[in-house]
Design a binder for this molecule. Structure first.
Ligand SMILES: [Zn+2]
Ligand SMILES: [Zn+2]
Length: 130
């Protein structure tokens, strides 16, 4: 445990599992509650819709999403745009179409570069290690 700068307000605080200072963490719990109520009422929604309805910053919604706090019964109710084409997605960074395009491209690169076998292994280990 060390001292960290809060990513929200920039204040120094003792590091904790939430990654936020106590004041911002409290605020985020209020946001989480708001978003939870919104999702119960409206069901599946996009980050943008939630932002407009609750006033919570998209950055904050995405952070909650990534830490699995907006999941209901193991299902993600909030979608956000694909990194490449902007299509709504519920997990990862790319939609299934861009994801498969990306995998194809990566495979092409691996085919032409024997040394990349090691980096492939590295990527797998990295993605598993959550
Ligand atoms: Zn803070
Ligand atoms: Zn896409």
């Amino acid at each position: 445990m060390g001292v960290k700068n809060c990513p929200e307000c920039g204040k120094l605080f003792m590091e904790n599992p939430s990654g936020l200072c106590p004041a911002c963490y409290k605020q985020e719990e209020i946001y989480e509650h708001k978003i939870g109520e919104y999702l119960r009422e409206f069901g599946k929604s996009s980050v943008e819709e939630i932002h407009k309805a609750t006033g919570v910053k998209e950055k904050v919604i995405l952070r909650m999403l990534k830490s699995g706090r907006l999941f209901a019964e193991g299902q993600n109710l909030v979608n956000y745009p694909c990194d490449m084409c902007g299509a709504p997605i519920y997990e990862g960074r790319l939609c299934s179409k861009c994801g498969s395009d990306f995998t194809k491209q990566v495979k092409e690169v691996w085919k032409t570069d024997e040394r990349s076998v090691d980096s492939q292994r590295g990527v797998r280990m990295y993605t598993k290690d959550k």
